[in-house]
Write a protein that binds this ligand. Structure first.
Ligand code: FUL
Length: 422
C-alpha cells in the first residue's frame, strides 16, 4: 500500500490544471487597464546618459520648468490608465527626499519632491500610480553589504509605500543585480503591509513571487500564443505579461537631439497590436527633458496615438447588444458566437476577449465572415486571454462568427466585435 502511495506522489504533485489557475481580483482589475506608461527622469536626463554610475553630483539635477501635470495629461491623452514613476534608477539618485540617504532631490538646486508632484497629478487626473525602485544601487554605500542594503531598501519601500497614496504596481528591475542576494520576501512583506493590493512586476529569474511577469524583450511585442498561466518553479501560477518599450527607440531617459528616435504612429500601432492586442499589458516609456517637460514632439505623438486608439476601437461596426457585444467584461457567452451585421457592413479587424475570472481556456480559433451565403475564414489564432486583436484585409459581410477549434475547458467569451480603422 505504502509503495502505491509513494508511486502516485509525483502525479499528485503535477495534477494542477492550467484552467484551474485563476487570477486574483487585483490581477483582473490590472489587466483591464491594458496600457500604462513608465517615466524615467533623473541625473541621467542632464548628462546624456542611460545608466548613471552613482557619482553624478546632485547639482546637475536642475529642471527649470518641471510640470508633472503636463506628463500626466500627455500620458492620458495617449490612452494610458496608469503611470509608473522611476523613483530611483540604478545610479541611486532619489526623486523624493528620502531620509535614509543624502543622494536625493533635496540636495539638488531643484529641492522639491518630484514623486509627490507626480502622484498628486495622477490622483487629480485619474491615472493609477506605480513606482520603480531599482534594487541595483551604484551610490548606496551599503550596497556591498547584503544585510545592510536590505535594511536600506526596506526603509525606502516604507517611505514610498506609506506617503504617496495607493500603489497599483511596484517594479523590480533585474538589471545589474547579477550575483547580489536580496531579501525579496522581506521587501514584499513590507510593501504589502502598507499596500495590500500592490502588484509586483519582475523578470522571472529575479523573483518567483511576482504577480506580473516581464514579457522578455523591450521591443514592444508579446508572442501570438500568450498564456497567463506559467510554470513558476514547478507550480502553475497566473502571471500576466507586461511589455515595456520606450517611445524613443533605445532611450528610456531623454537625450538631446534625439527626436529621430521617436517611434512613428505606424510603429506605435504595430506595437499596440502586438502587446495589448495579444493579451499583454503595454507599458510605454516616456522621458521628460532637461526642462522637466515632456518634449512637444512626444506630446503630439502621444495625442495622435490616443486619438487613433479611440477612433478605431471605441465603436464596433453595428453593435447589437447581447452578451458578447455589450462591452461588459463580466458577462460571457459559452460557445461560438455569431454576429449578424447590417447589409454592407465593412470591417478590417476583430477584437475577442475571454472572461478570465474562470481561467484562460481557448487554445486555437478561427474567424469566419459570410458573403453571399458562403462562410470564409478571415483570421486564425491560438490564445485569446484578456484581449486579442486580429487584423485582415477590409471585408464587407453580413455576418461574422468565431469558431473555437481547441480549448482547455468550455470557452467563456466576454466580448467579440468587429471594427473598421477610419
Ligand atoms: C532596464 C534598465 O536597465 C533600463 O535602464 C530601464 O530602466 C528599463 C525599463 O529597465 O532593465
Amino acid at each position: 500500500m505504502l509503495r502505491w502511495t509513494l508511486a502516485l506522489l509525483p502525479l499528485l504533485a503535477f495534477a494542477q490544471n492550467v484552467v484551474d489557475v485563476r487570477p486574483s481580483p487585483q490581477q483582473i482589475a490590472w489587466q483591464q487597464l491594458e496600457f500604462g506608461v513608465l517615466i524615467h527622469f533623473g541625473t541621467n536626463t542632464f548628462l546624456d546618459r542611460e545608466w548613471g554610475d552613482g557619482t553624478a553630483s546632485p547639482d546637475v539635477f536642475n529642471p527649470t520648468a518641471l510640470d508633472a501635470e503636463q506628463w500626466v495629461t500627455a500620458a492620458k491623452a495617449a490612452g494610458a490608465r496608469y503611470l509608473i514613476m522611476v523613483a530611483k534608477h540604478h545610479d541611486g539618485f532619489c526623486l523624493w527626499p528620502s531620509r535614509h540617504t543624502k543622494y536625493t532631490v533635496a540636495a539638488s538646486p531643484y529641492k522639491k519632491d518630484v514623486l509627490r508632484q507626480v502622484s498628486d497629478a495622477c490622483q487629480k487626473h485619474g491615472l493609477q500610480f506605480g513606482v520603480y525602485l531599482s534594487p541595483w544601487d551604484r551610490n548606496a554605500p551599503a550596497y556591498s553589504d547584503n544585510k545592510a542594503y536590505d535594511d536600506y531598501y526596506t526603509r525606502q519601500i516604507t517611505e514610498l509605500a506609506s506617503r504617496y497614496g495607493p500603489i497599483t504596481e511596484f517594479w523590480l528591475d533585474g538589471a545589474g543585480s547579477e550575483g547580489h542576494v536580496y531579501d525579496f520576501r522581506r521587501y514584499i512583506r513590507q510593501l504589502r503591509t502598507y499596500q495590500p493590493n500592490a502588484l509586483i512586476f519582475a523578470s522571472l529569474d529575479l523573483l518567483p513571487h511576482a504577480d506580473i511577469r516581464w514579457v522578455g524583450n523591450e521591443a514592444g511585442y508579446a508572442p501570438e500564443e500568450n498564456w497567463n498561466v506559467i510554470d513558476g518553479y514547478e507550480v502553475l501560477r497566473w502571471r500576466p505579461a507586461e511589455a515595456d518599450t520606450p517611445l524613443r527607440k533605445g532611450h528610456w531617459f531623454w537625450h538631446p537631439n534625439a527626436e529621430s528616435r521617436l517611434k512613428s504612429l505606424d510603429e506605435l500601432k504595430d506595437m499596440y497590436h502586438k502587446t495589448a492586442g495579444r493579451g499583454a499589458q503595454l507599458v510605454l516609456g516616456l522621458a521628460p527633458d532637461n526642462r522637466g517637460l515632456m518634449p512637444e514632439v512626444d506630446v503630439a505623438r502621444l495625442a495622435e496615438f490616443g486619438a487613433w486608439i479611440r477612433n478605431t476601437y471605441q465603436k464596433p461596426v453595428n453593435p447589437q447588444g447581447g452578451q458578447v457585444t455589450d462591452g461588459d467584461p463580466e458577462t460571457w457567452f459559452e460557445g461560438n458566437p455569431v454576429l449578424q451585421l447590417k447589409p454592407g457592413a465593412r470591417f478590417d479587424r476583430a477584437v475577442i476577449q475571454e472572461y478570465l475570472a474562470e481561467g484562460q481556456r481557448v487554445r486555437r480559433y478561427r474567424i469566419e465572415a459570410r458573403q453571399n451565403g458562403q462562410w470564409k475564414t478571415i483570421a486564425r489564432g491560438s490564445t485569446i486571454g484578456h484581449k486579442k486583436i486580429d487584423l485582415f484585409d477590409p471585408i464587407t459581410a453580413d455576418a461574422v462568427r468565431l469558431i473555437i477549434e481547441a480549448q482547455l475547458a468550455p470557452p467563456r467569451i466576454a466580448e467579440f466585435n468587429v471594427y473598421l480603422e477610419p
